[in-house]
Design a protein around this ligand. Structure first.
Ligand code: NAG
Ligand code: NAG
Ligand code: NAG
Ligand code: NAG
Ligand code: NAG
Ligand code: NAG
Length: 439
C-alpha cells in the first residue's frame, strides 16, 4: 500500500499543495507524471532525513488511539526536525494532516473500516525542506464483513439522557448481543450502556448524560458497539452532543380569555440554561388550513383580536436556540388545548340526534290524534230502524202501561174507598154501642 501523501498519479484526489513545498508544487503543475518523480528526488537531495522508526499504536479509550514512534537516527545537525502524519480510511486520504515536534498523535478510530496511519520526518534547512519516506501502519477491521451495527443514531433528550438506536448488520446472526460503550473527556473510564430494548433487528439503549447547568461546551461522545464474539465487527463513532439536543415536550398548557385576548401559558423544560430555548405556538379555529404559528421566548403569550364566537385549538413545542446548540430537533408537540364556543360539529351532532327523535315522537302523537279526530268527524252511522223503534215502540208501551195503571189504580182506589166507607159504616154502631155500655 502506498503511504499517505506519497506522490500519486495526476488526477488522484490528494491536494498537491498540502504536501509539496511551493517550488515542487509549481513543477508538479507544469510537468507531467514522469517529471514529478525527478522533482521529488531533487527536493529530497542528499540531505534527506531518515524516517521515524518503531511506529505503533495503543488504545487509550474505547475509540481513541495513541500513535507513537521513535525519532530517526543520524539526523544531520542543521535539521530542524518535525513530523508530519496523515490518516487514510479504506485507502482514502482524510485531509487530516498534522505537523508537530512531539512523537505521538492521538486519533479516533472506526474499527469497522481499514485505517492507515503514516508518519515521516521533515527537515527544514535555511531555504529548503526535505522529508523522509512515509512509515505506515494499517489497522484492519476484525470480524466478518457486514456484521457491524448499522445506522446508529443518537438523540440527547432534554440534556438528560442519550438514546441510541441501531440495526443489526445484514450478516450478523439473530443471536447477536450488541453492547454499547461510551466515553467522553471527563469520564475516567468508558461506561457500558445497560438499559436495552430489542425489537427484532432494531436495538435501542439509553444512558444518562448530563453536565453541570452552566456548561456551554460539550465534549464529543465516543460510542463503541460490539459483541462478545470475535465474529461480530465492532463499530466506533464519535458524536457531537450539541447537534443531538431534543428538548422535552412542554407540559401544563393552560388557556384563559381576558379582554378579547387569549392568554396561553405552559411549563417548558427546566434543564436548559436560560435563553437557550424558544417555543412555537400553533393555533387554529377549527379551520386547519388557517393555522397560525408564532415564536416566543417566554413560557406564555397572548393572541389578540380573536373571534369571540369561535373555538380555538392550541399546541406548543420547544426548540433549541441556534446560539446554544446546533441541533435542528424540536420537542414533540404538547397535547392540544381548546377554548371558546363549541364548534359546528357538536351542533350538528345534537341535530343528528334530536331531529329523528322529534320526528318519531310527533308521528306517534299525530297518529293518536288522528284516530280521535276520525271519531269526531265521522261518528259510527246508527241504524234508522233502531231509531224508529226507539222513537215509536217505546212511546206505545209507555201510554198502554200508563192507561192500564190508571184503570187499575182507579179500580183499586174504588175498592179501597169502599173498604174505608164500609169500615166507617161498620165502626159507627160499635162506638155507639160501647158508648151506651160505658154509660
Ligand atoms: C501517547 O503516548 C506517549 C508515549 O507513550 C505519551 O507520552 C503520551 O502522553 C500519550 N498521549 C496521550 C494523550 O495519552
Ligand atoms: C548512524 O551512524 C552510525 C555511525 O555514525 C552508524 O553506525 C549507523 O549505522 C547509522 N545509522 C543509520 C540508520 O544510518
Ligand atoms: C455479507 O456476507 C456476504 C458473503 O460473505 C458478502 O458478500 C457481503 O458483502 C456481506 N455483506 C456486507 C454488507 O458486507
Ligand atoms: C445474548 O444475551 C442473552 C441474555 O443476555 C443470552 O441468553 C444469550 O446467550 C446471548 N447470546 C449470545 C450469542 O451471546
Ligand atoms: C430505561 O429506558 C426507558 C426508556 O427507554 C426508561 O423509561 C427507563 O426509565 C429506563 N430505565 C432506567 C433504569 O434508566
Ligand atoms: C412559566 O415560567 C415561570 C418562570 O420560569 C414559572 O414560574 C411558571 O410556573 C411557568 N408557567 C407554567 C405554566 O409552568
Amino acid at each position: 500500500m502506498e503511504p499517505p501523501g506519497a506522490p500519486q498519479p495526476p488526477g488522484a484526489p490528494q491536494p498537491p499543495g498540502a504536501m509539496e513545498p511551493p517550488g515542487a508544487l509549481l513543477r508538479y503543475r507544469l510537468l507531467l507524471a514522469v517529471c514529478w518523480v525527478v522533482a521529488a528526488g531533487t527536493a529530497a537531495g542528499e540531505k534527506t532525513p531518515p524516517p521515524p522508526s518503531n511506529l505503533h499504536y495503543s488504545f487509550i479509550q474505547i475509540c481513541t488511539l495513541n500513535w507513537t514512534w521513535n525519532p530517526p537516527e543520524n539526523v544531520s545537525s542543521g535539521c530542524d526536525l518535525k513530523y508530519s502524519s496523515d490518516i487514510k480510511i479504506d485507502n482514502v486520504a482524510q485531509d487530516k494532516r498534522e505537523w508537530s515536534k512531539s512523537r505521538f498523535r492521538v486519533t479516533d478510530t472506526f474499527l469497522n473500516r481499514e485505517m492507515s496511519f503514516g508518519v515521516r520526518s521533515e527537515c527544514e534547512y535555511n531555504a529548503t525542506s526535505s522529508y523522509s519516506e512515509w512509515v505506515e501502519t494499517t489497522l484492519l477491521p476484525k470480524g466478518i464483513p457486514g456484521t457491524a451495527a448499522v445506522d446508529l443514531s443518537c438523540i440527547w433528550h432534554n440534556l438528560e439522557y442519550m438514546a441510541c438506536t441501531w440495526y443489526a448488520g445484514e450478516n450478523a446472526s439473530s443471536v447477536t448481543n450488541y453492547t454499547l460503550f461510551y466515553w467522553f473527556d471527563g469520564l475516567k473510564n468508558s461506561e457500558k450502556c445497560s438499559n436495552y430494548s430489542v425489537h427484532g433487528r432494531t436495538f435501542r439503549c439509553t444512558f444518562n448524560l448530563s453536565f453541570p447547568k452552566g456548561t456551554s461546551t460539550y465534549p464529543p461522545i465516543s460510542i463503541l458497539i460490539r459483541d462478545g464474539s470475535e465474529e461480530i465487527r465492532p463499530l466506533c463513532t464519535s458524536k457531537n452532543p450539541t447537534t443531538l439536543v431534543k428538548p422535552a415536550t412542554p407540559r401544563r398548557v393552560t388557556l384563559s380569555k381576558t379582554n378579547g385576548e387569549i392568554r396561553v401559558e405552559w411549563s417548558g423544560p427546566d434543564t436548559f440554561p436560560e435563553k437557550c430555548l424558544f417555543y412555537e405556538v400553533e393555533y387554529h379555529n377549527g379551520d386547519l388550513h388557517n393555522t397560525q404559528t408564532i415564536q416566543v421566548e417566554k413560557n406564555y403569550t397572548s393572541i389578540p383580536s380573536i373571534d369571540p364566537n369561535s373555538k380555538y385549538i392550541f399546541k406548543v413545542r420547544a426548540k433549541p436556540k441556534p446560539d446554544c446548540y446546533s441541533s435542528e430537533l424540536c420537542s414533540d408537540w404538547s397535547e392540544e388545548k381548546s377554548i371558546g364556543e363549541k364548534t359546528d360539529s357538536t351542533f350538528y351532532f345534537v341535530l343528528i340526534i334530536t331531529i329523528p327523535l322529534i320526528v318519531a315522537v310527533s308521528t306517534i302523537i299525530l297518529l293518536v290524534y288522528l284516530k280521535r279526530l276520525k271519531i269526531l268527524i265521522l261518528p259510527p252511522i246508527p241504524d234508522p230502524r233502531e231509531i224508529l223503534k226507539r222513537m215509536f215502540g217505546e212511546q206505545n208501551e209507555d201510554s198502554q202501561s200508563c192507561a192500564k195503571d190508571d184503570s187499575v189504580n182507579a179500580y183499586d182506589r174504588l175498592l179501597k174507598e169502599e173498604e174505608i166507607h164500609s169500615l166507617i159504616l161498620t165502626e159507627a154502631p160499635a162506638c155507639a154501642i160501647s158508648e151506651k155500655e160505658n154509660r
